[in-house]
Every structure is written in C-alpha cells, then in structure tokens.
Write a protein of this length. Structure first.
Length: 473
C-alpha cells in the first residue's frame, strides 16, 4: 500500500525505468573504465572528504564519525544514490537480455515488452448475467434448451423467442437483450414476460468491449502483479517478456549461529538465514543459494570468489573485530569499496563493494534490525534498478510520538500506520526484530530526532508497497 500523505521531494538520482529497460534491450557498451572507476567508487584515506566531494557531515554541520577501518561514513541518502548509480553501470556492462517467463513464474518481474492483446476481449458477444436471451418484444416463447458458457455457438433466435442463458455464454444471433433471471416471469402458458423495461443490448458484453486484438494493454516497465497475470492470460498469453531477476547468493557468517532449537552455551539462533531470502525475493531477486560460512577468512574468500550471482549478500563481519573478515577478504580479492559505512542507526557498519563490473557485494551487519537497515539502504536500490522496477513513490506522514535522534546519523525506526499517523514502535534496538515484525514501514528520522506531528519520510515494507511480496515464490 502507499498511504496518503505528503509526498517527499523527488530524488534527483532516481533512475528512469525506461532507461534501464532500454539498456536491457539494447545492451549498449559499458561506460565503465578500469576497476575503481565506477560512479561513486571511493577509497578514502583517513581525513579525506566523503564521496562525490561531500564533507561527510551531519545535517547540523557536526563532523561525521569515522566508522570501521578509518573511512568516513557515507550520508544515508547519498549511500542509496550510490547504490542506484552502480546498479545503472552494471546494467550497461552486463548485457542482460530479456527473458520469456511462463505466467506462473512472472509475478514481481518487470515487463520488457508491451503487453498487446492477442485477441478481442471478449472474443465474442457474451451474456453478462444469468437469465434469458430474448429477441423482439415480449412476451417470448421459451426454447426448451440452455445456452451455457464454453459451448459452441447456439442457434439463431427468431422474433418472439427466448432461451435460458448463463453468464459468459455466447449470445445467439439476433438477440435483442439479456433479461436477468430476477426480472422475468412466466405465465401459465409458459410464455416469458419482463417485469421491467427491456433496453436493447442490456447485459450483453459485445465483442471487443475491453480491447481489440493489437491494442496495447500495458506498457514496457509495468510491474507484474496478480492482476497483470490475469489480464495477460485473458489476452491469450502463456508467457511474458520480462527483465530477468538479479541473482543473489546469501552468505550467513558466524560460528555462533544455531539453525534449530533454543540458544545455549553462548550459541544463538540464526534469525537472518530464514529472514533474508524471502525479503530479497520480495525486493525482486532470485535467491540462488543460502550458504553458512564459518568464521574463517579462507572459507569466506572461497564462498565469495566461487559465487556466480549478480549480488552477494553477507551477514556480519563488517566491523573490525577479531573474526570480522569481510574487509580483509574484499581487499585481498581486489574489490572496490563503494560504500564503507553509512551515517545511519542501526546499521552503520554496512558496506557496498564492486567485485567486478557485473558483480557486487552488500555487506550487512550481523544484528537483525541493523541488517534490515542495510537491506533497505543498499540492497533495495541496487536490486530495484537491476530488475528495472519502478521506484516507490516517496511519501511522508506525521509521527504520532517523538523519536529520539542520533547527534549526526539518520535513524530508521519501525512504525505502524494508524490513519494519517505513523506510530513509532518500541523494541527498535539493532539486535531486535520484535518492532520490525509488527511494522508497516520504517520512518527516516533525521539527526537530532523528531517531535510529535513532525513529517517523516517512510520506507514501506516490500510486501506492503508492491502488493506482490506476499507470494514468495
């Protein structure tokens, strides 16, 4: 859903869906140079300015803290724009061809070709109601037969005749109108009378009422929803031409994670392994593998370098602890860090790296809500552009309660939507999922916090905004 509210300003970095689709269809030459020269790529030494020459400061001018390995964190909105720009460059480089997908596998894809009607809809005159097909004025002699849906064309009616007809059945030739069952009565001689006026053509769906063969039903760039699938089937399609889903491998890192049972002896349940794959599917990805990787640099390197996915998503290991191997591994394989820490809470140790022109890695923090923050900050814009989905319409709603802010970082806070208000939820710490499990959206709270009634930008959960994520297939 997209609740009514005050729309936020348009982001200048939003990618036009037609541009992505043109790139998919035409596979123009890559504009990338050598590694390290993609749009937004940066390897900052301590004290450098942030990406794109920004001073990497908070909204009030307070110098942003250094996160992770001495790099200045990227402002939250700029990190999302960097993810969009690197996805655009990837589309240019990857030469991804549109795919023909059966209808039962097309939910959530983006049309790469117009949906043109292959037949008239309806393809013949049909009855819109149960009742009688009648010819001429009343009374009518009723034929001793029924006209049913799915049967061959019925015999022509003559003036003064009627025949019982079912909804969806073909209309006999020379029918004047369809008389609804509740609007007719028969006399003791079996003749049919109308209990109200009969208008020529009433309750008849004429051939081509909805469309004619060749009419464009939906343009390129349309998101395939359940209703689109129904329309495609009605128009004669068995498959649709769509932008392929970006392939994602998920690497769940950590020796402390259990896959079943209760936590014990310092071990905890893995929450991200069950949560991330369906969430990524709701964002438009095809999850090609979910692998558990122990806290070992060699194992992590092998898992990353052996992946053939478009995007590798890792969980944990993005800070600078003794078993945080993501940064050293990316350095060893020559990856380019595009985003190394983001000015957002929770989730500031997230990162985005370019492994090659056509493969990227999103490093999510290990804490569950921090990982969700990373998904919506970096993975969502990256996957949205790779799959050519339209950007969600930005909107704001007033907050129902005050939200404490961070001195210089953006905060993402779970909220529920109640009428025209966004009500902040408790249990919003980095390691907590209780709040996000009940949330409709995340509120974007600027540095310094927000007062009751203050407008806040909202990021919908993918199953709420797209209306398709409820079917995680």
């Amino acid at each position: 859903m997209t609740p009514p509210g005050t729309r936020a300003g348009e982001d200048a970095e939003d990618l036009d869906v037609e541009e992505v689709l043109a790139l998919v269809r035409n596979s123009s030459d890559s504009t990338l140079g050598g590694r390290g020269h993609s749009p937004g790529a940066h390897h900052h030494a301590p004290g450098d300015q942030g990406p794109a020459g920004s001073a990497a400061q908070g909204d009030a001018g307070t110098p942003a803290p250094k996160h992770g390995r001495g790099h200045r964190a990227t402002p939250w909105s700029e990190a999302r724009s960097l993810a969009e720009r690197t996805a655009r460059a990837t589309v240019r480089a990857a030469r991804r061809e549109p795919v023909s997908v059966p209808l039962d596998g097309a939910l959530g894809l983006t049309l790469a070709a117009p949906l043109d009607a292959l037949t008239d809809l309806p393809s013949f005159d049909t009855s819109a109601m149960d009742g009688w097909a009648v010819s001429g004025p009343a009374p009518w002699a009723v034929r001793d037969e029924d006209v049913l849906a799915g049967h061959a064309a019925p015999a022509r009616l003559t003036d003064g005749e009627a025949v019982p007809i079912a909804t969806g059945a073909r209309i006999p030739a020379d029918t004047t109108a369809v008389l609804r069952s509740e609007h007719g009565r028969t006399d003791d001689k079996g003749r049919l009378h109308a209990t109200r006026d009969v208008v020529t053509g009433q309750d008849i769906r004429p051939r081509g009422q909805e469309c004619r063969a060749g009419d464009q039903l939906l343009p390129v760039g349309t998101l395939v929803t359940p209703a689109v699938l129904g329309l495609a089937a009605a128009a004669g399609y068995d498959t649709v031409t769509a932008v392929p889903r970006p392939r994602v491998d998920v690497l769940v890192l950590g020796d402390e994670l259990l896959t079943e049972g209760l936590p014990h002896d310092g071990l905890i349940r893995d929450a991200l392994g069950p949560m991330l794959p369906p969430w990524l599917r709701a964002l438009g990805a095809e999850v090609t593998a979910v692998r558990r990787v122990r806290d070992d640099a060699g194992a992590l390197r092998k898992a990353i370098t052996s992946s053939r996915a478009d995007v590798v998503v890792t969980t944990g290991g993005t800070a600078a602890g003794p078993v945080d191997h993501v940064h050293p591994t990316l350095e060893r394989i020559g990856a380019d860090l595009l985003v190394d820490g983001v000015q957002v809470r929770p989730g500031h140790p997230m990162l985005l790296a370019r492994i090659s022109e056509t493969q990227h890695l999103v490093g999510l923090p290990g804490n569950p809500l921090a990982a969700v923050s990373g998904l919506l900050t970096l993975a969502e814009p990256l996957l949205r552009i790779l799959s050519a989905r339209p950007a969600p319409e930005p909107y704001t709603l007033p907050l129902g309660d005050a939200v404490q802010g961070h001195p210089y970082d953006t905060r993402l806070v779970p909220v529920v939507l109640r009428g025209d208000r966004a009500m902040p939820l408790h249990y919003n710490g980095p390691a907590m999922l209780r709040g996000i499990a009940a949330a409709d959206a995340l509120a974007v709270v600027p540095p310094g916090g927000a007062r009751p009634g203050q407008e806040a930008e909202l990021l919908d959960m993918p199953w709420a905004s797209a209306g398709i994520g409820v079917c995680f297939t």
